[in-house]
Design a protein around this ligand. Sequence first.
Ligand code: URA
Length: 433
Amino acid sequence: MRMVDLIELKKNHGEFNEKQIQFIIDGYVKGDIPDYQVSALLMAICFTGLTTQETVLLTKAMAYSGEIMDFSQIDGVLVDKHSTGGVGDKTTLIIAPMVAACGAKIVKMSGRGLGHTGGTLDKLESIPGYCVFKKHKEIIDQVNEIGIALIGQTDDLVPADKKLYALRDVTGTVSCMPLIASSIMSKKIASGADTILLDVKYGQGAFMKTREEAIQLANLMIEIGKRCQKDTCAIISDMNQPLGKAIGNTLEVIEAIDTLRGNGPEDLEELCLEIASEMLLQAKLFTDKKKAVQALKNVIDQGEAYKKFKQVVIAQGGDVSYIENPRRFRRGSVMIKLASKKAGYIKKLDARILGIVTMKLGGGRLTKEDVIDHSVGIILNRKIGDHVQEDDILMVIYAHKKVEEEIITQLYQAIEIVEQKVEKPVYVEEILK
Ligand code: URA
């Protein structure tokens, strides 16, 4: 088989079989097929697409390019979730302890943030001492004991995706639906859980700009999950504005703690309850959605979810005194308040711009090698649909150095205020199974 023939085949709208896909993935991971040929193939895929069958075969070949996690020694149903990424998305820190407090088992393997989107690993690492890497046996023991582990992906988890994603990032081939679906699902399949809940986001701060595209991506990933014998379902949610009020690693951990203690922002709490209740249904711990939601509200009200979060922080070496007293967390020492220039209703609060500003403050990475500052970020005082008076504080920026005028201008560009009343957006649009 020759790679050049496979590039030609795809360029001419041909369909790959299993052997051809295996040849490409094996050859690329081993280093036998060079980047320039894979780049050409990725671009051909962007223009001509992959069939569902090809996408399933690609996902499987990628998943099996490295280690498949074996968590069969964990007692009970192992649930997992994935968010397609966004700004202010700290749901894992809330949902994982909630479902564990209700009896589900969860090993959540997360990644780092890149560009305008944040990553759960960076958020966890803003807790002093927290260790995101653990040996396989330690993870199994921890989950059998306390029901939860929040860790990083190992180097050997889907090496094909690591190479392919890095190449897609520099060849303009990230935003291609079958490539996104196979990238996400290969990691989920290799992560070894029994069930997968996908939070597929759409809007300014998301990969998918429209609700229709998000539904298409969700359906494709559900189909891949089914064909890989994984119980998979998806929630479609809004990412036009950031989730919750906090953006930036430490600020988001503090907001997650508040939410676990029953004092979270409404949109964040609503999304967490939706996702977590679906996960409990998937785990067959409940058959009735309302009862699952009630059980989750109970573990918040009774402090069990908060206690579970403290247990996982302790088990992974974190200093729990920060969780008990969030004032201990270091925040950006330069505080800037952004005041409204007029009265009216907030119509736009562009998640992408706010994510980019947080990155520029030092809270995110432009390249994988960048070192981040956990303590910087933004607290939103108002969200879409809220009314403001002139001079009301719209948001507070936490930084460590003088914030340049250009950043302030950019922040004002993220906001649109209009005279007529604006309805609050629907946060959770749809559940697909
Ligand atoms: N997240 C992933 O893991 N992969 C993609 O391709 C896009 C988002």
